[in-house]
Write a protein that binds this ligand. Structure first.
Ligand SMILES: [Zn+2]
Length: 357
């Protein structure tokens, strides 16, 4: 049994760092592990153009260590134009994100028309200036269990056909349909994979069993797109185990104050950052492909985005004693913000040690 893993300093191609004061509370859980992270733009207020991006990037740089590199994005809306894209690219945007309006946290005011027309002009501008299109692929108005399949079947193939060579990432794949599309699509189409979708099914949210065997709702496993069936999870696990460069790490760590999750209309989003790389390692270990984790977390995403590979390494070890137990909450000094950690109280199979020499 391997007791130590040395990986290239990893990248995380999907994370929500939020704005202050949440930003300062949660960022470290990501920056302790990941050298770069693609920062989602659905903040409050959102990141819609170059000016927003510059302000937000300064906020992040102020709150994070000097060796962390935030990879910036803008949120596409019905009002986004090719000129907005070009200016955002010059300001450093590496991707634009489509949230179909109303499907998840911070998606309001997102895109409401997916057909040809103005959106296609925006996509062409993105392709021409080298920006990646990131998609939350769930169809508004369609029930959660088939919303991703519906978007994958009805929208994405047209986009691929209308704007060939546009780099497109199906974010947080959750269904066998999404995995199949990404596998069959040209090399310009890839997917991020979260630790939740590699380990959970809908039963871990709607029919969760606690340590006493009681069954009920677990809002802290709840994210959009919802984890689905065992078969869906199996196809996602198979995709990463295959070593295909189209599937790479993007943990979708998405903190909310715990009161906002334990609520009548609880927020979607899981604060997985404290457990994300260890969970990926556990899954690759279970699948017998630990040798593929390095590329999944440190190579494939960077190559897809056309970024240089990170220098340096990170070391994972099997924890001893209580070292591997996930804390229950992260709480800000004034207690104004308290976030429940994903897998709170569980013992991780791997933990991040110091940098290898
Ligand atoms: Zn997300």
């Amino acid at each position: 049994m391997t007791d130590e893993l040395v990986l290239r300093a990893p990248d995380n191609f999907h994370v929500h760092l939020r704005r202050e004061p949440m930003l300062s509370l949660v960022a470290r859980a990501t920056t302790d592990v990941y050298r770069r992270a693609l920062v989602m733009p659905n903040t409050d207020p959102p990141i819609l153009d170059a000016d927003d991006l510059v302000i937000y990037r300064d906020e992040i740089i102020h709150a994070t260590p000097a060796d962390f590199v935030p990879l910036m994005t803008i949120k596409l809306t019905d009002a986004t134009t090719p000129a907005v894209i070009d200016a955002a690219r010059v300001a450093g945007a590496v991707a634009g994100k489509v949230y179909p309006s109303g499907v998840t946290t911070g998606s309001y005011g997102g895109v409401s028309e997916f057909g040809a027309g103005s959106l296609i002009d925006v996509f062409m501008a993105m392709r021409d200036c080298g920006m990646v299109l990131c998609v939350h692929a769930e169809m508004p108005g369609v029930t959660w269990s088939v919303a991703e399949q519906s978007f994958i079947d009805d929208i994405i193939p047209d986009w691929i056909a209308y704007v060939p060579d546009l780099k497109l990432v199906v974010e947080h794949v959750s269904s066998s349909s999404a995995v199949a599309l990404v596998k069959m699509a040209p090399d310009t189409v890839a997917a991020t994979v979260t630790p939740m979708h590699l380990t959970l099914t809908d039963d871990d949210i709607l029919g969760y069993r606690n340590h006493r065997g009681r069954r009920g709702l677990n809002p802290h496993n709840f994210c959009y797109p919802m984890p689905k069936t065992d078969y869906d999870r199996h196809t996602i696990r198979e995709a990463v185990a295959s070593g295909s460069p189209k599937f790479f790490a993007g943990d979708d760590s998405a903190p909310h104050r715990y009161q906002d999750k334990e609520a009548p209309c609880g927020c979607a989003g899981v604060f997985c950052a404290p457990a994300s790389l260890p969970t990926y390692a556990e899954v690759f270990d279970e699948l017998g492909c630990l040798d593929k984790l390095d590329d999944f977390a440190g190579r494939f995403g960077a190559e897809f985005y056309g970024l240089p590979l990170n220098e340096g390494t990170i070391r994972l070890v099997r924890p001893v004693g209580d070292a591997g137990i996930v804390p229950h909450y992260l709480t800000s000094p004034g207690r104004s913000q308290s976030v429940r950690c994903w897998r709170a109280g569980e013992r991780l199979g791997w933990i991040v040690a110091r940098e290898a020499p």
